[in-house]
Design a protein around this ligand. Structure first.
Ligand SMILES: *Cc1c(COP(=O)(O)O)cnc(C)c1O
Length: 369
């Protein structure tokens, strides 16, 4: 059994192991601003902004998967901000992927540069070659989004550590189940659990995890002081989604592998990016550090109009941004200004029955010719 399979098993049974007779298997949604607190304020739950039993349940479960203490947040961006605030001091130097999640880069531009944080941006495909000397924090997002380039987390972490810096990996796309980034040497990891981890397109959520006790404590302190706290109902939805992560990823990855081969051979498709295709530039590194190549595929059509027809005409594709949900969804990424071709579609492959999904997409591709 792999480490991650063992962790998934342990995660599914972690709560049950601690239950008293009569307690529910699922964690209760505890709506609480106040807790009973006579005498000294020395309990784990003194006040609603400090901690909450439903957060503790989802943090416990994600923490088993990450094999690390975990702090949950009300969104992926709240988690990103928590990680940045815990790591960076004034005048710090930050290396950021220029092809990573757009909002992270805008956040740095709008709010961090003015605090004399020096931000350098390079594409993910160049991270393996980059001199990391002098950077306090190296931010990685692999596979990158939407371009699906990858970089070698273990090799970069080794070089960054030798130079005295830290590495944070945004592991939203792969999740800790497909890519155990803390095992690969990252000092901390952030995730938008809005995507595959929760998986049902019904909640915004995020987390930070780290095996560095002082660092994760600082993240926890940031949440308490800044008030970036999730609602207990959202924490429950994330917990509930997480329970089927392995099952959903299994189907999503199998569907993506089947579809990647279809796109690869179809004449209406000009180019495919998928880390699982043997001649993809990401293949070798992805194969080494990911359990499976994931469920996101980049497809380039001849032009924007063909790409839009593909999305609109296919009954198996929900036209939406974001990814990691049950339903296959897609969008043309230049509508957000991404540095990709006009006809580039990011497809997030869902949990539909494989044969039916491949047939629907194959029919739509044929109709475009
Ligand atoms: C979506 C996403 C985020 C932000 O997450 P929200 O939950 O929308 O705040 C951060 N990083 C990556 C890679 C994402 O895909």
């Amino acid at each position: 059994m792999t480490d991650t399979a063992q962790r998934m098993m342990a995660m599914l049974h972690a709560r049950a192991a601690k239950l008293q007779k009569g307690e529910s298997l699922t964690p209760p949604i505890v709506n609480a601003a106040k807790y009973a607190l006579p005498g000294e304020p020395d309990h784990a739950f003194p006040y609603g902004r400090f901690d909450n039993p439903t957060w503790a349940a989802v943090e416990g479960a994600i923490g088993v998967l990450e094999d690390a203490p975990t702090v949950c947040f009300p969104s992926g961006m709240a988690a990103v901000t928590g990680a940045i605030m815990a790591c960076l001091k004034p005048k710090a130097k930050l290396l950021l992927p220029s092809d990573g999640y757009y909002t992270v880069r805008v956040l740095m531009d709008e709010f961090l540069r003015q605090h004399e944080i020096e931000v350098t941006e390079i594409p993910t495909a160049q991270m393996d070659e980059q001199d990391v000397t002098g950077f306090d924090l190296v931010w990685l997002e692999t596979p990158s989004n939407p371009g699906l380039d990858v970089c070698n987390i273990a090799a970069i972490a080794k070089r960054v550590h030798a130079a005295g810096g830290r590495v944070c990996v945004d592991n939203t796309t792969a999740t800790a189940l497909l890519q155990p980034v803390l095992d690969l040497g990252a000092d901390l990891t952030v995730s938008s659990d809005t995507k595959a981890l929760s998986g049902h397109s019904d909640v915004l959520f995020g987390h930070v995890a780290s095996r560095d006790a002082a660092l994760i404590e600082r993240v926890r302190t940031w949440r308490k002081l800044s008030g970036a706290t999730p609602g207990p109902a959202e924490a429950y939805l994330a917990y509930r989604g997480l329970m089927t992560l392995d099952l959903r990823l299994e189907r999503m990855c199998a569907n993506a592998e089947a579809l990647a081969n279809l796109f690869y051979t179809h004449k209406t498709v000009e180019a495919v990016r998928f880390p699982g295709l043997a001649d993809d530039p990401s293949y070798n590194t992805a194969t080494r550090q990911m359990a499976r190549p994931g469920f996101v595929i980049g497809i380039t059509f001849a032009d924007a109009a063909t790409a839009e027809r593909f999305i609109d005409d296919c009954p198996a594709i929900f036209a939406a941004t974001s990814f990691g949900g049950i339903q296959t969804s897609g969008e043309r990424r230049t509508r957000w200004g991404d540095d990709v071709a006009e006809g580039y579609v990011r497809l997030s492959v869902g949990c539909e029955p494989t044969g039916a999904l491949v047939a629907a997409i194959s029919d739509t591709l044929d109709s475009l010719a």
